[in-house]
Design a protein around this ligand. Structure first.
Ligand SMILES: Cc1ncc(COP(=O)(O)O)c(C=O)c1O
Length: 212
């Protein structure tokens, strides 16, 4: 048993537990003399996340698409994680697609819709580069934001049209933390371009801002 941030951390026999605890202690010691102000972009891992992940990092090596017992074990864990994410999003487990990270997911959404449906993509001017670079690569448009960093709905109105197939506006900005009224924006999008899909990049915010 080990102590991490006041909670008990279970370490299976296979894990080099001394090593993990050494990193956790070193990090905690460094944080004593350190002020970290970039939580909107990324935060230190919460002890309960570390606690949940350690057993899987130690022995979650099965290929979930394989047929043997280690594979089936990994597939079951993946299914469980899919159900948890679906419940966070208010989606069906079958609608959840895991990617390697946010950049791949954004690329998949923007370029994937373009590959399937053609049309024009529109995003806000303050999206993460994973979205803006994807939109630029297919000659899409960016909509400005107001002085608070919120998408300018008048400007959105002027770039919308029946040829728009995707609009991408992030849920919360990773640099300044502005929360976009994505429900309202999606409504405007569906009124002005009924066939268009609405995408939101919720990378740093999915678990903090309600996104059902
Ligand atoms: C809003 C936003 N989108 C996309 C990404 C890219 O995510 P990843 O680093 O997992 O590729 C980030 C990363 O910080 C982000 O903050």
């Amino acid at each position: 048993m080990g102590l991490v941030g006041g909670s008990r951390l279970w370490l299976p026999a296979l894990l080099p537990s001394g090593l993990v605890l050494k990193f956790v202690r070193e990090d905690r010691d460094q944080l004593r003399n350190h002020v970290y102000l970039d939580h909107a972009a990324t935060t230190p891992m919460r002890p309960e996340v570390l606690e949940a992940m350690v057993p899987h990092l130690a022995r979650g090596y099965g290929n979930p698409t394989g047929a043997h017992s280690e594979s089936r074990r990994a597939a079951a864990l993946l299914d469980e994680a899919r159900e948890q994410v679906a419940s966070l999003l208010g989606a069906e487990p079958g609608e959840v697609v895991f990617t390697s990270g946010g950049t791949e997911a954004d690329n998949l959404a923007v370029k994937g819709v373009h590959a399937l449906k053609g049309g024009r993509a529109v995003c806000s001017a303050v999206e993460h580069q994973a979205v803006t670079a994807s939109v630029v690569s297919i000659q899409g448009d960016a909509v400005p934001v107001d002085s608070e960093g919120v998408v300018d709905l008048n400007a959105l109105n002027t770039v919308m049209g029946p040829d728009v197939s995707l609009v991408s506006v992030m849920l919360a900005n990773n640099e300044v933390g502005t929360i976009q009224p994505v429900g309202q924006i999606a409504k405007v999008v569906h009124e002005l371009a009924p066939g268009a899909l609405f995408h939101t990049d919720a990378v740093p915010s999915a678990s903090l801002v309600g996104c059902r």
